[in-house]
Structure formats: C-alpha cells, structure tokens
Design a protein around this ligand. Structure first.
Ligand code: PEP
Ligand code: MN
Length: 344
C-alpha cells in the first residue's frame, strides 16, 4: 500500500500517518519524490482500511500495490531512483560505466589497470577481493589485503570502488573500503546478507542469480529496501539456459521489463553474460541500446595471466575502442557520456 500525501503536507501530518501505520503493526517507509511525499507501507496491509487513512489530514490518495514486491515497484514510486555518489549520480542521464579486473591480484596490477581506466574518464573501478568461485581449489581472492590495495586506489587515484561482499562477516570492512557493495549472482538469495546490507546506507549493486527470474531479482531487492536502504542498483549478468556456446545467456529482456516494473536503476554485465572477450562489446552496445543505466565490464592488462575470468576480460585497448562506440549509441537512447574522455 502507498499513501500519497498532499503537496506541502506539514511534517506533523506525515508523522501522524506513520504513527497510525505502526499502530497497525505495519512498517512505514518515507518515499520523497520531486514534489510530494509518499509513505510506502509494508507488512500485513490487507488488514488496513483505506478509509481510515483517507480521512486523515493531508492524505491525498491511498493506492494498493498489486505486485508481490512493493517498495521496489513503480506503483509505489513512479519516478526513477537516482543513486547519488560523490557527484556522479547513477540512474540519471549520464551513462555509468564500472570497469576493472575480476579480482584483485596485486597492488601493481590494480594500479596499472586503474590508471589506464582513469585516463578514459572511468570513475567507478571494480575488482573482487573476496571471490565466490565454483571450485574451492580456484583462487579465492586476496581478501583483507585486496581491500587494502583497493583503498589505496581510492585514495591515490580518487576512483570509486565497487567490490563484492561474499558473506556477512567481511561486510563491515567492505562497507568502509568501498563506494558500492556488490552482491554477486550466487548470493542473490542469501537473505541474511540482503538483510544486513539493507541496514547500511551504502549503495548496493545486486546481481541477478544464475537461475533467478526477473521477479526473483526484484523480490531480493525488496529485502534490501524493506530494511531501509533504497540505494539499490540492479544488474542483469546472464542466466543459465540450455545454450552451451556462451558462458551464460544475457537476458536483455530484463532491461525494459525492469524499467517498466521498478524505479531502480538497471545495469548490465556483458562480461559474465556472454563470457567471451571479443563478444563483450556487441553485447555492451546492445545493453545500452536496450536502455541500461550503466555497464559493468571486466578489464585486465594481461587477460591471459588473469587469476579469474581472463577469458572474458577486455584489454584496456579494446575497452577504449568499445567506449568510443558506446558514445555513439548513448545519445540515441537519451543517455549522455560527457564525463568520458575522447580517445587520443
Ligand atoms: C564478478 O563480478 O566477478 C562476479 C563473480 O559476478 P557474478 O556474481 O555475476 O558471477
Ligand atoms: Mn568475474
């Protein structure tokens, strides 16, 4: 249920509505739009009566949300959510590109790649310090040491850091060392992790699970919002299908479907989506054309030596060539790329 307040509703009227929601054992969530305030209500809202709220001061409208996900839905909040980080907003007109290696391998490796990306105008640098690998014998990441190197990149190059939280234990440290916390595909339904990141204010990049429907993804996002963290960015990264020629099947249907059903920004990860480096650029272009708010791309200076996902990692040179093509597609879908530097 969502309770729309009248324009310029006084604070004490808003508080009275919130109080009444709590008296009914439900939870109020303040949603501030451009002009008006709305109060999302979660819990057993079927027991609430619309009339009870409609008769209260400054209440304009009471709308029942038909979807199983509530706070995430466009019914609850019609305007796009913009996640604002250090003056580089996500989900607004400017396309956001997160780039970097799959894993932190060494301090030198991070600085070499980050330095090249920064020159191209990349502001968000990705690399995993804690890696959820299919095999327990594969490289598991540098863990705390990896976070230390990422913090150095943040401090010395002024880039924003995107890194994965694999479990609840390392979460407080990751929250401190990063600007966006990534929840990986394998953890999309780790509900205790979702609840914990929901209690933070850090932006969360929530990736779609390997065998999750679009609705499953939205329900997982709902866990985070229902705990109070509205700074969520969704990410399509490919799903398992009967196709074996590619690593996953990048489901670009998710982009317009999520845009229609949710106010949250939607990113696409073509690197994991297709899993083959030279096929990443066409899928990245397609994702932008489909209306994605951003991309997350794996870039490695020596893909053949990478400790994880080298096969799907672009070299900085090929990443730059792709970036120039994206610049041509972006304006067609009303996206800008003003903060990216033109190739020399
Ligand atoms: C990654 O981004 O390197 C990663 C492990 O992604 P996913 O969770 O989508 O597999
Ligand atoms: Mn990877």
């Amino acid at each position: 249920m969502v309770i729309m307040m009248k324009l310029n509703a006084p604070q004490h009227d808003v508080e009275k509505v919130k109080e009444k929601i709590k008296q009914n054992n439900c939870k109020p969530h303040l949603i501030t739009g451009n002009f008006k305030i709305a109060i999302g209500v979660t819990g057993q809202t079927n027991k609430l009566s619309e009339e009870e709220f409609l008769t209260m001061d400054s209440v304009e409208e009471v709308v029942r949300v038909s979807k199983p996900y509530k706070l995430v839905s466009r019914e609850m909040k019609p305007s796009d959510t913009i996640v604002n980080i250090n003056n580089f907003p996500i989900g607004d007109k400017e396309l956001t590109i997160i780039a970097g290696p799959c894993s932190v391998e060494s301090r030198q490796q991070l600085f070499d790649i980050a330095g090249e990306l920064k020159e191209m105008g990349i502001k968000y640098f990705r690399a995993g310090a804690y890696k959820p690998r299919s095999s327990p014998y594969s490289f598991q990441g540098l863990k705390e040491k990896g976070l230390e190197y990422l913090s150095d990149v943040r401090k010395e190059l002024g880039m924003m850091i995107v890194t994965e939280a694999k479990d609840n234990t390392a979460l407080p440290l990751i929250a401190e060392c990063s600007d966006i916390i990534q929840i990986g595909a394998r953890n999309m339904q780790n509900f205790s992790l979702l609840e914990d990141v929901g209690k933070l204010t850090n932006p969360i990049l929530l990736k779609r699970g390997l065998a999750a429907t679009i609705e499953d993804l939205l329900m997982s996002a709902e866990y985070i919002l229902s705990e109070g963290n509205f700074n969520v960015i969704l990410c399509e990264r490919g799903i398992r299908t009967f196709e074996t020629m590619t690593r996953n099947t990048l489901d670009l249907n998710a982009v317009p479907m999520i845009k229609k059903n949710s106010h949250l920004p939607i990113f696409v990860d073509p690197s994991h989506g297709i899993g083959i480096a030279d096929k990443v650029p066409p899928m990245a272009l397609a994702a932008v054309a489909a209306g994605a708010d951003g991309l997350i791309i794996e870039v490695h200076n020596h893909p053949e030596k990478a400790l994880s996902d080298g096969f799907q990692s672009l070299t900085p040179k090929n990443f730059r060539i792709m970036l120039e093509k994206i610049k041509q597609i972006a304006p067609i879908v009303n996206k800008t790329m003003e903060t990216y530097v033109n190739a020399k």
